[in-house]
Design a protein around this ligand. Sequence first.
Ligand code: 4FV
Length: 243
Amino acid sequence: MRFDILTIFPGMFSAYLEEGILGRAISRELVKVGIVNIRDFARGPHRTTDDRPYGGGDGMVMKAGPIHRALKSVPRVKGRSLVALLTPQGEKFHQAVAWELARLEQLILVCGRYEGVDERIRHLGIDRDISVGDYVLSGGELPALVIMDAVTRLIPHVLGGERSTQEDSFENGLLEYPQYTRPRVFEDMEVPAVLLSGNHEKIRLWRRTESLKRTLERRPDLLKEAALTEEDKGILAELKKHP
Ligand code: 4FV
């Protein structure tokens, strides 16, 4: 998978691309990342990438020209390639979208700054607008990193044998169950005995019950979409009887 990032702050990415799961995926060439500095495609003595909004108002708007030229400079990978603009006005990013994007050969992410980008850039090669959440950030760089992280984890072999995404929150439409590790007692709090029992069926049932309980308490909206088994429905009925 290849990510190409269009930004006026390329330095914001370096550290994140050298560390952790993303850094390792890049060093193992499971993922390639190209960073394009939009300012390199700006013209004029000051190579400006922004200007005042037509119609007045506060703040500045990113000019279409530098973004358009930067976008045209990105070599397209054969196969499925998509250009997304990160914006609060976009479709909401969630795990199913991450899976969809993880099936691409190339994902090009355009990071806005200032009050946003000139609307006309949307008609010049942007396939989708994506939002990582209903809040306003100072730029699209963090959303780009969020999407790169969530998508990279889903690429085969990135997580390696020791880890699969199957148990992740949202993977099965539910929140994940509580996790514990050594020491067995911490601050007088003991690890639930079932987890030390070695009884895999009991452990599986406890974890499923805890997932359903936590989802019912914190995100009941997810239960509508989740693929629930008859066993799940039985557990939920019990949970609702004894909240
Ligand atoms: C954002 C979001 C976001 C808005 C104006 C960048 C900022 C500035 N992007 N999900 N939430 N973008 O807040 O994706 O240009």
